[in-house]
Design a protein around this ligand. Structure first.
Ligand code: SAH
Length: 255
């Protein structure tokens, strides 16, 4: 007799950004498998569940995806309600689909529950509108991580006129900058780099495309961080109120 797996987005970090659906799934869970970008405070919603940490950071550098698959399957086959908690949204750079496919192929019912993805939360938490009438007609979410070998058309991104939200970009700042400059984006395009979005320790580094790598170095920007690249990145409350001087980072140069 199969149990069920909920693939739940835990949001960007602030436990108050959990959805009600996520809270309900946690309340029913007997087993919770948790990634390391998930704030452990959300576990208050499942006080009796067995919690298994399957994060890719920390002591165990990488829990193989196949191991996670097999573990979910094993508990589901024991008839358990399993919640697989992932940071942000499970289907935004979260390998959610792979897990859904694996479980479905093995006859296990799966339900996906949205979470607020880090890029959206990062923008909101520093007052940056990702779309803005007359300024940005769209948003593009991309990853700078190249493990899957799929190619990105950086020239199209550079000229597309949408706000770029870059995940997994901290170690790839110079590549991102070079690709966008080569693709024709202007060097003075505003950039905001948001570390630990939505958490009390959130920090934001404002710069521009040309200087963003040096600015991040000076700021000692660390993962997890989101890069927002586009005209709107110069429109935050912080840039408007002169907080830049206080933060001692490269100034934003507006067009
Ligand atoms: N599924 C997640 C993304 C996982 S990929 C989501 O929807 O948010 C991991 C990347 O997400 C990190 O490298 C970083 O770029 C971003 N990220 C996750 N949590 C973050 C946070 N609290 N602040 C800033 N970036 C975050």
């Amino acid at each position: 007799m199969n149990g069920k797996v909920w693939l739940v987005g835990a949001g960007p970090g602030d436990p108050e950004l959990l959805t009600l659906k996520a809270v309900k799934a946690l309340a029913q869970a007997e087993v919770v498998m948790i990634d390391d970008l998930v704030n452990p405070q959300v576990l208050e919603h499942c006080p009796t569940a067995r919690v298994i940490r399957v994060g890719k950071r920390g002591g165990c550098r990488s829990t193989p995806q196949t191991f996670i698959h097999r573990l979910m399957l094993r508990y589901a086959r024991q008839g358990k309600c399993v919640v697989r908690l992932k940071g942000g949204d499970p289907c935004i750079f979260g390998r959610g689909t792979e897990e859904v496919d694996w479980l479905s192929q093995h006859g296990v019912p799966v339900e996906l529950v949205n979470g607020i993805t880090a890029g959206l939360a990062g923008a909101t938490s520093c007052g940056i509108p990702l779309t803005l009438r007359g300024v940005a007609r769209g948003v593009t979410l991309v990853t700078a991580h190249t493990e899957d070998d799929s190619s990105l058309n950086w020239a199209a991104l550079a000229q597309g006129g949408t706000t770029l939200v870059v995940y997994m970009g901290v170690a790839k700042l110079s590549d991102v900058r070079d690709s966008l400059l080569a693709g024709g984006m202007r060097a003075a395009m505003p950039v905001a780099m948001i570390e630990n979005a939505s958490l009390p320790e959130q920090r934001t580094c404002y710069s521009d495309l040309q200087q963003m790598q040096q600015a991040a170095l000076d700021f000692q920007l660390k993962s997890p961080a989101i890069l927002l690249i586009g005209e709107v990145a110069g429109r935050s409350a912080a840039t408007a109120s002169g907080l830049l001087e206080e933060l001692r980072v490269a100034p934003v140069r507006m067009a």
